[in-house]
Every structure is written in structure tokens, then in C-alpha cells.
Design a protein around this ligand. Structure first.
Ligand SMILES: Nc1ncnc2c1ncn2[C@@H]1O[C@H](C[S@+](CC[C@H]([NH3+])C(=O)[O-])CC(=O)[O-])[C@@H](O)[C@H]1O
Ligand SMILES: O=C(O)C(=O)Cc1ccccc1
Length: 244
């Protein structure tokens, strides 16, 4: 049924927990890791295809920022009319981009994809009909998030959009508790042990910094987006659509 290598990176006790990195080890188990760790991930991936179909404009570009193994790119590639635009998939992990190129080569969609190994903060956004940050902004230092969104906004065509999927922090303590408890229950139900969950939490502590919905909304408005819709939520994971 599921032939994807299983994630057991944090299954054995580690004497020193190093910061989480998207290295070869993570890239090798990534589809299993993200499916068992992010509630709603597969639904978001599927629905990104529909959003791309809706927003793709002729002679424009779709940017997939933090593309990992290209799941969002693949979903969009198979929904976009083939002569309308090309997809630019960017990730700064060589382990991810190398595997991503192999995966995309197996797919026969006529939509062209450039897979670029680079920091998304160094990529010029031009003539974009859609930009996707699917669980990526949370890994960018908090004080650099506004500048990145400002730059994305400037490169978007009129009427186009940004999809921002993120792990969320909640302003009310009781909701933060509820949502993180449910995320924990989701991970346990997917076969992760207490040890795996706690060691990964430590590894992510300084690497994945979630913001609240209000912080995201203010940043997107500050960048210039006229509307911000929350189109998806599953526990503490949300996806927003910001319209130019
Ligand atoms: N500064 C950066 N520049 C480029 N890439 C970066 C940067 N920082 C982190 N990344 C990359 O962003 C990705 C985040 S995963 C995205 C899932 C994917 N979108 C998916 O729909 O499957 C989300 C997760 O693992 O929770 C990793 O591949 C990093 O290498
Ligand atoms: O596992 C978690 O707690 C997460 O927040 C999601 C995640 C998924 C894959 C890599 C890093 C973080």
C-alpha cells in the first residue's frame, strides 16, 4: 500500500539533539514524515491544484517556494493549462532539489518546471500569477518575513494571489493548548512515540517559529494584499489566500 520509506529519525534516544535540518536523512523520508506530522497536508496539496487552475494566467509564472520534493508543484502542474505558464520550484536544500528533479522527471505533464536550489530570499519574483509558500515561511527568521512578503507582492500580477500555509500559534492559551493537544494526538495516532515527538519538538524549537493568524493578516495587509481568506484549517495548521 504505502511503499514510502518510514520516518524513524527521532525513534532512538539522542544524547544531543541538534537543530532540525532538511538534510539527506530528512529528504529520504519526507513524504512519510510530512503526511504523519501535518494534519490536512494531503488535502492542501490536492486543493493547491485547483487554486493554481483558478489563478494561472497565460505567459505568467507560478512560484513554489520551499518546494521540498515537489508535491505542490506536481499537483499544480497537472491542473494548469499547458501553454499558460511555467512553474519555478525553489528550495535551498540540495537533498530536496536533487530528489525533486528525479520525481518531476517521472511526470509527463507538458507544463515546464525549473527546479532551483537557492534561498527563496534571493529569488526575484516576476510576472507571477500565483506564489505558494506551503509550510515554508515558518522557517524564515521572523524579522525577515515582512521583507519577503513585500517582495512577493511586488512581483505578482494584478488579480493574482499568494497561498500561505503555516503552522499557527494561538493568542488564547486555552486554544493553544487544545490545538497542540490535538496535533499531538494526530502524531500518536500516526504511530509516532512520545520519544519521537519530544525529540523532534526540541529539534524544531529554534527552527520552526509559528505566528498567530493576526500577525500573518497584518503582515499581508502591510505588504499590500487587499484580501486575506483563511480557506483551510486542520487543528494548528492553516492555509491562507492573499489576493492582490
Ligand atoms: N530560506 C529558504 N529558502 C528556500 N527553501 C527553504 C528555506 N528555508 C526552508 N526552506 C525549505 O522549505 C521546505 C519546508 S517543507 C515544505 C513542504 C512543501 N512545500 C510541500 O508542499 O511538500 C515544510 C515542512 O517540512 O514542514 C524545506 O524543504 C526547506 O528546505
Ligand atoms: O512535526 C511537526 O511538529 C511539524 O510541525 C511539522 C513538520 C513536518 C515536517 C518537517 C518539519 C516540521
Amino acid at each position: 500500500m504505502n511503499d514510502k520509506p518510514r520516518d524513524n529519525i527521532y525513534a532512538t534516544p539522542q544524547s544531543m539533539i541538534v537543530d532540525f535540518a532538511f538534510d539527506e536523512k530528512v529528504a529520504g523520508v519526507f513524504p512519510d514524515m510530512i503526511r504523519r506530522s501535518v494534519p490536512g497536508y494531503e488535502t492542501v496539496i490536492t486543493l493547491l491544484g485547483l487554486l493554481a487552475e483558478g489563478y494561472a494566467q497565460p505567459d505568467s509564472r507560478i512560484y513554489d517556494f520551499g518546494s521540498s520534493l515537489g508535491a505542490a508543484t506536481l499537483s499544480m502542474r497537472n491542473r494548469v493549462a499547458h501553454d499558460s505558464c511555467r512553474i519555478i520550484a525553489v528550495d535551498n536544500s540540495t537533498a530536496m532539489t536533487e530528489r525533486c528533479r528525479q520525481i518531476l522527471a517521472q511526470d509527463d505533464s507538458p507544463v515546464e518546471v525549473d527546479v532551483i536550489c537557492a534561498d527563496i530570499r534571493d529569488i526575484k519574483v516576476e510576472r507571477a500569477s500565483l506564489v505558494v509558500l506551503n509550510f515554508t515561511l515558518q522557517f524564515i527568521p521572523a524579522d525577515e518575513r515582512q521583507a519577503l512578503l513585500d517582495h512577493i507582492y511586488a512581483g505578482l500580477l494584478p488579480g493574482s494571489a499568494l497561498v500561505l500555509s503555516e503552522k499557527l500559534a494561538f493568542e488564547k492559551n486555552s486554544e493553544q493548548q487544545f490545538q497542540t493537544d490535538m496535533h499531538l494526538a494526530f502524531k500518536k495516532a500516526n504511530g509516532y512515540s512520545e520519544l519521537e515527538i519530544s525529540q523532534k519538538r526540541t529539534a524544531l524549537e529554534k527552527v520552526l517559529i509559528p505566528d498567530s493568524f493576526e500577525t500573518h493578516r497584518k503582515r499581508l495587509q502591510q505588504a499590500g494584499f487587499k484580501d486575506v481568506y483563511q480557506w483551510f484549517q486542520c487543528f494548528n495548521f492553516v492555509s491562507l489566500l492573499a489576493v492582490k
